[in-house]
Design a protein around this ligand. Structure first.
Ligand SMILES: NC(=O)c1ccc[n+]([C@@H]2O[C@H](COP(=O)([O-])OP(=O)(O)OC[C@H]3O[C@@H](n4cnc5c(N)ncnc54)[C@H](O)[C@@H]3O)[C@@H](O)[C@H]2O)c1
Length: 369
């Protein structure tokens, strides 16, 4: 079961609308999976969005399916490594909120393209923060990193925000580097002690693996499961025992929005790092997630891939979310079973993508109350 009563108090449509309606949001990575969901939520809240990202990679990407261009005030399709273009677009927009999501987000890809991953994820984050130095107005900034920023020795511990940063693979290291960059800019240029002068609030948010309708990335478990089931093929599991804090995509997005509202009220208190994740009982192995997904789809079989040379990936990842709960009241709403059920429903529902996303968003944020 979830914490529905908590949700009613915290991350509701009527609460969020007070902060976002009519506000300007600069969203990097708006053409991606999480970006496309956030775009729809922001549009529903009455915010105006300027997006900055690369073009969607495929015609069937969620951004196309929801007609993302129509949801943006403007959509800048450009590389975040171009600091001067980014600065120009951000400063001319004069946003009230920035959500920085643009990234190369795949561990396996980071082994193939480590330099590119470092440039986009670390330097790209510095580019966003540097542009903000020149913005002469109040602005709330949420930088999206990941749960993989911690030095992970597979010690089965739930990481807290002040645990040591690290990163075995280039993706994790690039996001840990982004965290250090965020912390440095926050101390040097947007110090929370002087928030009344510079008027910026900067948080980093470290969420775990998300699932949900509309993810078509390669080498991610849910898209792999759905593809195999739809093709009548066996699902192949690379890392069946890898344990991850899975969440439905709306959960961290709701948390990002809630944290942003808190920063808008009190930049000094909330300009910090926050873990976002499920309750401990909902941290599942890849194999358990697959079994629940098959159960939900009422079809499908899987096989474990044996004896292959695989790049290193941490086997266990757990987050301690007590800081965000204590500071903001945020808690996960869906348990793992419900998150997986909602995800599989989305892929096997034949209605159009925008209708399905809207239905999920309305339900999650208590639209009619
Ligand atoms: N999906 C997950 O499970 C997960 C988990 C933890 C953290 N995250 C983080 O959330 C964010 C969004 O992830 P996602 O799953 O939506 O990824 P995605 O691949 O679907 O989207 C990535 C977005 O970044 C943009 N981008 C990539 N390289 C760029 C570049 N050089 N210049 C400009 N834009 C560029 C893409 O165009 C796209 O809009 C990322 O920062 C990712 O690291 C994702």
């Amino acid at each position: 079961m979830g914490n529905e009563s908590n949700l009613e108090k915290m991350v509701t449509y009527s609460y969020l609308k007070k902060y976002f309606e009519g506000k300007k949001v600069f969203l990097t990575g708006h053409t991606g999976f999480k970006g496309s969901w956030l775009l729809q939520i922001l549009e529903a809240l009455g915010a105006e969005v300027k997006g900055f990202a690369l073009p969607p990679e495929n015609d069937h990407d969620l951004y196309h399916l929801i007609n993302g261009d129509q949801l943006c005030k403007s959509s800048i399709l450009h590389d975040i490594r171009d600091a001067s273009k980014l600065r120009y677009e951000l400063l001319h927009y004069e946003p009230d909120f920035v959500f920085h999501m643009a990234a190369q987000p795949l561990v396996l890809e980071s082994y193939k393209e480590p330099l590119y991953t470092f440039e986009v994820n670390a330097q790209g984050t510095a580019n966003v923060l540097d542009a903000l130095k020149h913005l002469q107005k109040k602005c709330v900034v949420v930088c999206i990193t990941t749960d993989k920023v911690y030095e992970n020795n597979d010690g089965h511990k739930a990481f807290k925000e002040d645990d040591k940063l690290g990163g075995y693979d280039p993706y994790s290291a690039s996001k840990a580097a982004a965290e250090i960059i965020i912390s440095s800019y926050r101390s040097s240029f947007f110090n929370p002690e002087h928030a009344h002068i510079h008027q910026k609030a900067i948080a980093s948010v470290r969420a775990g693996n998300v699932i949900g309708g509309g993810d078509f990335a390669t080498n991610r478990i849910i898209p792999d499961i759905v593809k195999a089931i739809k093709a009548g093929e066996e699902i192949i599991l690379r890392n069946p025992h890898a344990t991850r804090p899975w969440q439905h995509v709306i959960e961290p997005l709701g948390a990002y929005l809630l944290i942003a509202t808190k920063m808008a009220e009190d930049a000094k208190k909330y300009s910090t790092a926050y873990n976002i994740g499920p309750n401990p009982q909902d941290v599942l192995s890849v194999e358990m997630l697959t079994q629940i997904a098959i159960q939900q789809a009422a079809t499908g079989t899987y096989r474990i891939q044996e004896h292959t040379q695989k790049p290193h990936e941490a086997s266990t990842l757990m987050l301690d979310i007590s800081k965000v709960t204590q500071d903001t009241g945020w808690q996960p709403v869906y348990n793992a079973q419900k998150a997986i059920a909602k995800t599989m429903d989305w892929y096997f529902d034949t209605r159009n993508a925008a209708t399905k996303c809207t239905e999920h968003i309305h339900e999650y944020f208590h639209w009619n109350e």
